[in-house]
Write a protein of this length. Structure first.
Length: 648
């Protein structure tokens, strides 16, 4: 594995401390770490991945973290080699325990052997129980009194779910030598002798105690499923075999990484024992490649985790400015036309319904073929519109940002924040988000009550050859990351919301660093004339509010400014605005071109993991379906029209 795949893992702290702001400033000034993202990764109940990169890039931040009292490690995750075989029987001896597994495999645990164990709940309910506990404590005791499960409480919760125990035996060098998996009720408990009990959970616990008696060093991990990292979480509670098998695969990947962490702990950790949070953070980095059934490596958070600085000398970056305020929605007759049309249509239907005219009119229009004919025209028009869009997309090649031409363009690159944008519910640093709120109705269905997004906040796209500003207002955005929660859960992340059990929220995100496909119209980002006019208008507005400044232009002393006096004030304001604009430092070459919503109905798309070919194929399918229904409607219209005229 390359040196660039090293991960910087840090043990989080449950609450902010006085030194945190100073640490964030030093990490940002010395190594270019974004303070918003870093804060989220330093606060929490377990371990988290802070950065990914080479040894040179990570040694400095690690030393700084240790000086501020944080335990941190630099590790290299390995590849799982096999899934632990299931235990069928066991024989207990004086110096060793022999575990008889499926396919006649035998695992011998001798006294003094180092062991890493994972006790997990396959139901996926452990995290939900912890959240419910925190919500209850927050509601009745306050946020400061809310506490996480103790290790013993976690074990009890696991045994109440769908427990499973994975045991990894290590060799003299700390590598995995053998492993086995224990499922309750799936092995013969007679080998336990006097340790056996009447319940399957009791026998499973007896095996874990037996392993602890014979092991030289025994590290038990019980946090599987508690970390909120996509790709490493068990599937929600389900009795479907496919979901259970998927959870077992995830547990196998998790267990191998925990065992590998124990192998490298002597060289890569400071003081504390590793915890499963490290494993989840490692998988989230997207650097583990698992063969066979485990090939679905958790790379969904790779873009969110790639915040490591470049090799060599650190780059000092200024802090990001706050996002701009959401502008007032423009009001125009064109935007009001759909509302006016709907209101007029509703009024017409109401009048026709009261006068019993609607049913005869509709019946006559249907029998004469007018309605099917109108439907055929609309469907065919939509099909040709899709074909037109398909042609535009196919004829728009992917451009390099350095040589971007004005007009409809297609680009791919890495998304970079231009403002300190943070999602409102999950408090995640992102370049775009969309928040939907739902309420449960009387029929137990979720109804959308409100929707907001960050379409007014531009971001930057970098393809290696240059950068371009993306204005997402009016775009069709396809994000792959989605979080769902209920009122109260967000308070644990620092964003309080009101609501009851009949409400929920859904938040879509595009993390910084994600590779995006953008199809839109390129145009100059700024107009100098418009900037001068805006500055001049602002200076004149301030002048009107300053009576002492106005007196300088009142040459005749009548207390009023005539046309010539006001023109003199305007000329001075224009000269001052031009001087201010020329005196400003030039911004980096990210501003000359802006990619935004095209005109004349052209598509504007921002998507993760999509290409122009995918979009063209989708438009082609839409056109084919519309043409098929349009042809059917046309045939029906012709038939009805012929029958209608023959009946005359």
């Amino acid at each position: 594995m390359s040196d660039a795949s090293l991960l910087l893992i840090v043990r989080q702290r449950p609450a902010a401390h006085p030194e945190l702001e100073r640490l964030l400033e030093e990490l940002q000034a010395g190594f270019g770490y974004d303070p918003y993202t870093t804060r989220q990764r330093l606060l929490g109940p377990g371990l988290a991945q802070l950065a990914q990169g080479g040894r040179v890039a990570l040694d400095g931040p690690a030393a700084l973290l240790r000086r501020h009292g944080y335990a941190c490690w630099i590790i290299v995750p390995p590849r799982p080699a096999f899934a632990p075989p299931r235990l069928r029987n066991l024989n207990i001896g004086a110096e060793a325990v022999e575990f008889l597994c499926e396919k006649e495999q035998r695992v011998r645990l001798e006294r003094g052997t180092p062991v890493v164990g994972v006790l997990a709940d396959l139901s996926g309910e452990l995290a939900g129980r912890q959240v419910k506990r925190l919500l209850a404590q927050h509601a009745y005791l306050g946020r400061d009194q809310a506490t996480l499960f103790t290790p013993e409480e976690i074990r009890q919760a696991i045994y109440k779910g769908q427990p499973v125990f994975d045991c990894y035996l290590l060799d003299g060098e700390g590598a995995v030598a053998a492993a086995f998996r224990v499922l309750p009720g799936r092995f013969n408990p007679e080998g336990l002798g006097g340790r056996a009990g009447l319940s399957a959970a009791h026998n499973l616990e007896a095996v874990t105690r037996l392993v602890g008696e014979y092991a030289g060093s025994f590290r038990m991990h019980t946090d599987f499923g508690l970390s909120q990292l996509p790709g490493c979480l068990p599937q929600p509670a389900s009795t479907e075999p496919a979901a259970i098998l998927e959870n077992l695969d995830t547990l196998t990947r998790y267990g191998w990484l925990v065992a590998a962490l124990a192998e490298s702990s002597a060289n890569s950790r400071a003081a504390d024992d590793p915890s499963p949070g490290t494993v989840l953070a490692a998988v989230a980095g997207g650097v583990v490649a698992v063969p066979g059934e485990l090939a679905a490596v958790a790379g969904e958070l790779d873009a969110a985790a790639k915040q490591s600085p470049p090799e060599g000398r650190p780059v000092r970056l200024p802090p990001l400015p706050p996002p701009p305020e959401r502008p007032d929605p423009p009001s125009s007759l064109r935007q009001r036309l759909p509302v006016i049309a709907l209101a007029a249509g509703g009024l017409l239907l109401g009048i026709a319904g009261k006068s019993d005219l609607l049913a005869p009119l509709l019946d006559r229009a249907l029998r004469s073929g007018l309605l099917p004919g109108a439907a055929a025209v609309g469907l065919c028009w939509g099909a040709f519109a899709c074909l037109r869009l398909k042609r535009f997309v196919e004829n728009t090649p992917t451009s390099r940002i350095r040589s971007l031409a004005m007009g409809l363009v297609e680009v791919r690159g890495r998304a970079i924040r231009r403002y300190a944008l943070v999602a409102p519910m999950t408090q995640s640093a992102c370049v775009w988000y969309r928040l939907r709120r739902y309420r449960r109705d009387q029929r137990n269905n979720w109804t959308l009550t409100s929707q907001s997004d960050s379409g007014h906040v531009p971001f930057v796209l970098d393809d290696g050859s240059g950068r371009v500003v993306i204005d997402p207002a009016g775009a069709t955005v396809r994000a792959k990351t989605e979080q769902t929660g209920f009122p109260g859960e967000s308070t644990l992340l620092g964003a309080a919301t009101d609501g009851g059990p009949d409400e929920k929220w859904v938040e879509e995100l595009i993390y910084e660093g994600t590779t995006l496909y953008v199809l839109g119209q390129a145009r100059p980002a700024r107009e100098v004339g418009a900037g001068l006019r805006g500055r001049t208008a602002e200076l004149l507005r301030r002048l009107k509010l300053d009576p002492h400044a106005l007196r300088r232009y009142d040459t005749n002393g009548d207390g009023r400014l005539d046309a010539d006096e006001w023109q003199a004030a305007r000329d001075d304001a224009e000269q001052l605005a031009a001087a201010e604009q020329l005196g400003e430092p030039r911004e980096p070459a990210v501003d000359p071109v802006l990619l935004g919503k095209p005109s004349h109905g052209m598509p504007f798309l921002i998507a993760e993991g999509e290409t122009g070919g995918d979009l063209a194929k989708r438009y082609g399918w839409f056109a084919a379906v519309l043409l098929m229904f349009g042809a059917a409607a046309f045939i029906l219209a012709v038939k009805l029209a012929l029958d209608h005229f023959q009946s005359w």
